[in-house]
Design a protein around this ligand. Structure first.
Ligand code: SF4
Length: 430
């Protein structure tokens, strides 16, 4: 039987190769996964032209996934350095990579990325339009924005961020309800400027149907961008953010009518106590579509440590409904991340995702923790290194501080509670 998208196949009762792969990796039944794809509660971003893809599923009942942002900018234009980051991200088990290149002709990097990456690839075409057409923002036509989308789809991009929710209604709400830090989404700010300069509706909202036809043709998952995501704790859960989320819910239904898979993007900066209500709001207003969050960063005061502020928020978000975490690096708000920044960001996000999976009861998640605890009880350092999320760091730390007694560490030495309890217990039992 023929099908266009994963969602179309699922609705026709077909279990695609991608669904079978995802079901096997997640240890879930392919038939129930198919049902969730049909309902829009799980997406499998898998562009027909991305031949090196190892598909992954994002959404209800599946492991929390993480995304890594990469890409060149005007100040740091080094394609080789970014490709090195791609290799490292894949090695560190990133589930998806977004190419956020925002300078020059980005096609070369994007195509290389698609050639080598088994991880799903995402882009934000509105950034590319600026460099590609080499003209002022206001002079770019709606048709040109759509041409860029089609080019990315043809190249094999699996999901694209489209800020279609910042329409005239959202803009009016934003202007009426002043914010501390305005719009901090790069794509959102560009579209706001374009709308103002041209006094026109958002081109992606205006031509949403045409856009969906492109997404359907190549099976690109639409990641509905949150132009009004809060950039400070003060702006969280405000009128602009909620207004946009309502529009995104309507756009989700329209996409599903054309069998286009949808994810919803979310905050941003947000205090801890607002995270759970925000997860509920998204699931309600967007009809259970997978939620992809950037952070959330739970405080604004820690530049240099935002991989930590993001991981705290990410763990709470994912334990309460978020399905996909966009990593945050220590370089957030400061510079383009280096390879080391990227590594720290990935590890922090993976910790957040795993902690949430344990809390959600995702099959097999706890087994990993239990295995580590057994190795700790047995003071089996080799096994601990094998199981560690970052084996290299764990090994290095131990090597850098050698204890007098091999079966302890330099923290407590002879007072090692684990070793002493093992001895006492075994003697008592004997
Ligand atoms: S020495 Fe202390 S910190 Fe080190 S393994 Fe034993 S109990 Fe744990």
């Amino acid at each position: 039987m023929n099908f266009t998208t994963q969602m179309d196949a699922a609705r026709k009762g077909i279990i695609t190769r991608e669904m079978a792969v995802v079901a096997r990796k997640e240890c879930v039944e392919a038939a129930s996964l198919r049902g969730l794809v049909a309902e829009g509660k799980v997406v499998i971003p898998a562009n027909k032209n991305h031949t090196s893809l190892d598909p992954c599923g994002i959404g209800q009942g599946l492991k929390t996934k993480i995304n890594v942002n990469l890409g060149v900018s005007k100040d740091c234009y080094n394609i080789e350095a970014e490709l090195e980051k791609v290799r490292c991200a894949v090695e560190l088990q990133a589930d998806a990579i977004m190419d956020l290149s925002c300078y020059g002709k980005t096609a070369e990097f994007r195509r290389k990325l698609l050639e080598v990456s088994p991880a799903a690839i995402g882009t934000v075409p509105v950034y590319d339009a600026i460099g590609l057409y080499d003209k002022e923002l206001e002079a770019i036509t709606a048709e040109e924005f759509l041409e860029v989308v089609e080019q990315h789809a043809k190249d094999g991009v699996d999901f694209m961020t489209i800020h279609a929710g910042i329409n005239r209604e959202t803009v009016a709400r934003f202007e009426k309800n002043k914010r501390l830090i305005n719009i901090v989404s790069r794509g959102g700010s560009l579209l706001y400027a374009w709308m103002k300069l041209n006094d026109r509706e958002n081109p992606f909202y205006m031509y949403y149907d045409v856009l969906l036809d492109i997404f359907r043709k190549y099976d690109v998952t639409i990641s509905l961008g949150d132009a009004c995501r809060p950039g400070s704790l003060k702006d969280a859960t405000d009128a602009s953010q909620v207004q946009e989320l309502i529009v995104l819910g309507e756009l989700t239904r329209a996409a599903w009518e054309k069998d286009v898979q949808v994810m919803i993007e979310g905050p941003g900066h947000m205090s801890l106590n607002e995270i759970i209500p925000n997860m509920l709001l998204e699931k309600k207003l967007c009809h259970g579509a997978p939620f992809y969050v950037l952070g959330p960063l739970v405080t604004d005061i820690a530049p240099g440590y935002d991989h930590i502020t993001g991981a705290i928020g990410g763990a709470i978000a994912a334990a309460n409904g978020a399905d996909f975490l966009c990593y945050v690096t220590p370089a957030e708000h400061l510079r383009l991340p280096t390879l080391e920044d990227m590594k720290e960001g990935i590890i922090a996000s993976r910790i957040a995702a795993h902690a949430a999976d344990v809390a959600k009861g995702i099959l097999g998640a706890r087994r990993w923790d239990d295995a580590m605890s057994e190795a700790r009880r047995d003071l089996d350092w080799e096994r601990m290194f094998e199981l560690a999320l970052d084996p290299e760091k764990a090994r290095r730390y131990r090597a850098e501080s050698q204890p007098e007694n091999e079966d302890t560490c330099t923290m407590c030495g002879k007072l090692c509670a684990v070793r002493n309890m093992n001895k006492v217990i075994s003697n008592v039992i004997i």
